[in-house]
Design a protein around this ligand. Structure first.
Ligand code: UD1
Ligand code: CA
Length: 419
């Protein structure tokens, strides 16, 4: 079985020049979440993506994440039927099933897709469609059935008032036998109110031929298509909820899941505390016994060892904190490695960027960095050294030394008239 994900459309209602399927959710493009749901499903041996609008950009973003993906091109978006034709015309002929989904449904769950595949197989269907029953079916294709056999799918714009009352709608997910697609795809016409080639016409053609087909009712919460920014933000919330739930069940103590935003690939060990209003981005890893937040922002590639503390208003990026490091307040630590047991005082900034290039800060073990220190990278602070508060450090600091660089304090006595 091969998967085909339709992602050629622009997503006009997002009101953005960026393709809809590349909008970010928990550190990854929307399309990645769809592909992830299909990855590893029993019987699936290949994931194909059909692109059109900004095709190159989509390939560039998805290829590193899923190197095995095959891409197909639909130059002009003439409808979902035409989209599948573009794929099938290029594909090598095989006798297999094609699992079709849309690139804008990031909430899909693997277990549900597996159940659908089993339903298709056990009923020996030529065509199976996944349905859902939203409170308000507006905008979706309505499924006409006869004893759970789909007869026809009528799009919102083609439906009469009675048909519009039907709540059971097409989720846009299908499993269809390749041979049947090849036989019937050219029979689809554009004789409808949108003048598009509707993939859903295959449902009617299958019924008319008397071939076996069926409808599988899915969970609306997993099937929602993202058409505008409002729906995107709700999907993000749901995906973050799922990520937090999984982490909490594995022993991560998230004080307030509602205000905690952790990317999909972040790894956090049990016995870590995440305090409210914390953001942890992709490629980060936190070991047991550490405490993060409140109001912490761990950006890409923050590696936090055991029993560390990253406190309020600390931002980190590409930073390695060995065991027992504390950065408790108001810091920016980027492109840095910090040795065991080191204490980073409040307001410490690693000045890693000179406007052109990034440079590294390397801090040893058991170092004490006084509050409000600027570390001008590249710079190296050796083990067991101490830096006085308010320093600007641009030269390497040797071990067991004390460094400070700040203007001497002047005191002008009796400078003001006493009252
Ligand atoms: C489609 C279904 C509708 C279903 C709904 C579920 C048809 C005719 N209708 O409607 O029954 O309820 O999905 O969300 O299929 N795409 C292409 N190339 C095209 C057109 C679309 O790749 O030429 C892709 C889009 O990028 C999108 C998906 O196909 O990912 C669905 O297209 P869209 O136009 O959103 O279909 P709907 O009108 O929502
Ligand atoms: Ca449409």
């Amino acid at each position: 079985m091969q998967v085909l994900i339709l992602a050629a459309g622009k997503g006009t209602r997002m009101k953005s020049p960026n393709p809809k399927v590349l909008f970010e959710i928990a550190g990854f493009p929307m399309l990645f979440h769809v592909m992830k749901a299909f990855e590893g499903i029993k019987g699936v041996n290949k994931i194909n993506v059909l692109t059109g609008y900004r095709s190159d950009l989509i390939r560039e973003k998805i290829s590193p994440l899923f190197p095995e993906t095959s891409f197909y091109l639909q130059k002009e978006q003439l409808g979902t039927g035409h989209a599948v034709k573009c794929f099938i015309d290029e594909k090598t002929v095989q006798d297999e099933d094609i699992f079709i989904a849309c690139g804008d449904t990031p909430l899909l769950k693997k277990e549900e897709l597996e159940e659908f595949a089993t339903f298709h197989k056990e009923n020996k269907n030529v065509l199976s469609v996944m349905s859902m029953s939203p409170e308000d079916p507006f905008g979706y294709g309505r499924i006409m059935t006869e004893e759970n056999v789909p007869v026809e799918i009528i799009e919102e714009k083609d439906a009469d008032n009675d048909q519009k009352k039907i709540r059971r709608v097409n989720s846009g997910i299908y499993i269809i036998k390749e041979s049947f697609i090849r036989e019937c795809i050219d029979k689809i016409d554009t004789d409808n109110s949108q003048g598009e080639f509707y993939l859903t016409d295959l449902v009617r053609l299958c019924y008319e031929k008397g071939l076996s087909s069926g409808v599988f009712e899915g969970n609306i919460h997993n099937l929602e298509g993202i058409n505008d920014i409002k729906a995107l933000s709700l999907a993000r919330k749901e995906i973050h909820r799922r990520i937090n739930e999984k982490l909490m069940l594995s022993g991560v103590d998230i004080y307030d899941p509602e205000s905690t935003f952790i990317d999909l690939d972040v790894e956090i060990e049990a016995d870590v505390k995440i305090l409210p209003f914390t953001v942890i981005k992709s490629g980060s890893f936190i070991e047991s016994g550490s405490s993060i937040g409140p109001f912490a922002r761990l950006r890409q590639g923050s590696l936090v060892g055991k029993r560390c503390k990253i406190g309020n208003f600390v931002e980190t990026k590409k930073a390695v904190f060995k065991d027992g490091v504390k950065a408790s307040h108001l810091s920016y630590i980027g492109d840095s490695v910090i040795g065991m047991g080191t204490n980073i005082g409040a307001g410490t900034i690693t000045c890693n960027y000179d406007g052109k290039n990034k440079f590294k800060t390397v801090i040893g073990e058991n170092v004490f960095i006084g509050s409000n220190t600027s570390l001008i990278a590249p710079v190296k602070i050796d083990d067991n050294s101490k830096i006085g508060a308010g320093s600007v450090i641009s030269k390497d600091v040797p071990e067991y030394s004390l460094s400070y660089s700040r203007a001497k304090q002047s005191i002008k006595k009796n400078h003001f008239r006493r009252k």
